[in-house]
Write a protein that binds this ligand. Structure first.
Ligand code: GLU
Length: 552
């Protein structure tokens, strides 16, 4: 029996014409240096921060070079599958504006000429290459049962030897054609293994774009390439797919780094040009001064839904991802504030080797800065969009008071150094509730500062409402009146006067305006008080102040 006969015996009816696929999926017609990357998740229904980070880099590397970024669904391990698992992934990517050039666009649709982009529909392709390998004498059937494999594992453990199907433990490698034939004819189930040409004593070097040059012992494991369900293992599918889809750069989590010797060997044995590899370290988090992996279980920010729920603008999340993706980005952005991420060139050499540190506070800061440069109408639209999903009552309020809300968002905005009030849309309500009757409540904890004496507060507010308030005042007049009021009660009109001669005054005009601010809003930090008063209007101002005026 020849290898060809063996191949037909093991995979009857399957074609071994690999040329067909080589022609069907020709070289991509891209410019020199164009990078082709893929995001290749299992259809688990969601993307977590680590894989969002990887897909962000994959997309960026492709974009920078006018290349291609595609989505391939890796569903060969059908145990990991969930219903509508592809839709969830597509939505997560969409939410972060990570659009694909090719690949799956829903549970059962796709775009692009290199598909199918879902592995379970590529069965024929994999089997063709497996059959070809058998014909070449590079693959063979294995009849070992799971129990036998487990037994071998235990023996290896006891002998303190490497675990796996190799050398003397690769029992089925030594079966004769006749033995194989007999077993097949007896109906014994089998899988197909790759016949590794490697020796563990040899060393190979692989150049990883992030980790640098890594030395490994050569692979000598006869890994499974085709499982009993007719589907390939990850390793084999990786080689076939990334070859036929012409991936130039495989960017993935570094849990795969130990499999590199297998992958390099597979590409070589199949006569494929190996892609470049970039293995990303897991995203880290600092806790109690120690670094640990960002954890799906412990850290809410590990789920990408977190950003949507909090209302952190997508461009801000992307700025943050770029910051942790390339260590030189932050400085570049500081010097190029008018530019965008698209103007920055991603560099594999600038990816942190020890794992990017994820710092939510920093993300919030970036977000706060980003929101501060938006137009008031944009803040309004985005806040409303967020509220419609997560806080319907607040959405109604924003809709009912559209002009008012926009004016409020516009205070100290659209200027060189805009006010940085909001780090995300979910916190807006807690910052501005006192501006809306529907949300206003008489809190107990007013943040009065230097002046806390009730009599004095009463006196200041009384004088303000009876003598100094005039709704028609412009800002200068309003402020001058504040100074008059200060002076009348023994406070300095100017802070510097007070500082020069503190004994002569009870305080200064700033102390007075603080009383007016806190009594109106309960808060010591608010946007410009004059503007707030203008928006709130006389009735609200008086009714809030009257509560503090003794004898009322
Ligand atoms: N399906 C693999 C995973 O989800 C993809 C790894 C790769 O990008 O090659 O881990």
């Amino acid at each position: 029996m020849t290898n060809k006969d063996l191949a037909e015996l093991l995979l009857p009816g399957v074609s071994s014409d690999i040329e067909y696929y080589e022609k069907k999926y020709p070289e991509r017609n891209l410019k020199e240096g164009a990078v082709v990357t893929r995001f290749a998740p299992s259809p688990t229904g969601f993307v977590h921060m680590g894989s969002l980070f990887a897909s962000f880099i994959e997309k960026k590397a492709a974009n920078d070079s006018d290349g291609v970024f595609y989505l391939r669904i890796e569903d060969t391990d059908q145990k990991r599958e969930v219903e509508n698992g592809i839709t969830g992934i597509i939505n997560d990517l969409k939410n972060f504006d990570i659009t694909i050039d090719e690949g799956m666009t829903s549970e059962n649709t796709e775009i692009g000429n290199y598909g199918p982009y879902i592995q379970s529909q590529r069965k024929e392709i994999y089997q063709t290459y497996v059959k070809h390998l058998i014909e070449e004498g590079l693959a063979y059937p294995c009849f070992c049962s799971p129990e036998e494999i487990e037994e071998t594992r235990q023996i290896q453990e006891k002998r303190k030897q490497r675990i796996g199907y190799y050398g003397r433990y690769a029992k089925c490698r030594r079966l004769t054609m006749e033995e194989i034939k007999e077993k097949v004819e007896n109906g014994e189930p089998y899988i197909i293994r790759f016949k590794s040409p490697g020796s563990f004593d040899n060393k190979i070097k692989v150049n990883d774009l992030v980790k640098g040059e890594i030395e490994f012992p050569e692979n000598d494991l006869d890994i499974v390439i085709l499982k009993s369900d007719g589907l390939p293992t990850y390793h084999f599918a990786h080689a076939i797919d990334d070859h036929l889809m012409h991936t130039t750069h495989v960017i993935r989590g570094d849990e795969w780094i130990s499999s590199l010797p297998i992958h390099v060997q597979l590409f070589k044995s199949l006569n494929f040009k190996a892609p470049k590899y970039a293995h990303l370290s897991p995203i880290m988090k600092e806790e109690d001064g120690k670094k640990r992996k960002l954890s799906k279980r412990k850290d809410p920010e590990a789920a990408v839904s977190f950003y949507h729920e909090k209302g952190i603008p997508v461009p801000a999340v992307k700025l943050y991802l770029m910051t942790i993706a390339n260590t030189n980005f932050e400085q570049w952005y500081d010097c190029n504030k008018d530019k965008t991420i698209d103007d920055f060139k991603f560099d594999f050499k600038k990816v942190s080797n020890s794992g990017a540190l994820f710092d939510v506070d920093k993300l919030y800061n970036i977000s706060k800065n980003y929101i501060s440069y938006l137009k008031a109408t944009e803040v309004y639209d985005n806040a409303l969009e967020w509220a419609k999903i997560y806080d319907k009552d607040f959405a109604n309020i924003l809709e009912q008071h559209k002009e008012y809300a926009i004016k409020l968002f516009n205070i100290e905005r659209e200027q060189k150094k805009p006010r940085k009030d909001y780090s995300c849309y979910s916190m807006i309500k807690s910052q501005i509730w006192y501006m809306f009757d529907e949300l206003y409540i008489d809190v107990k904890d007013y943040e009065f500062q230097t002046i806390t004496d009730e009599e004095e507060i009463s006196k200041i507010l009384n004088l303000y409402v009876t003598k100094y308030y005039d709704e028609n005042d412009d800002k200068d007049t309003w402020f001058n009146k504040m100074k008059e009021l200060a002076s009348e009660l023994g406070y300095a009109k100017e802070v510097k006067d007070y500082k020069n001669n503190p004994e002569a005054y009870k305080g200064h005009v700033g102390d007075i305006s603080m009383v007016l601010r806190v009594a109106l809003t309960s808060k010591s930090m608010t946007p410009d008080l004059y503007e707030l008063m203008l928006l709130l209007g006389k009735d609200r101002i008086f009714s809030r102040y009257n509560k503090f005026i003794k004898g009322n």
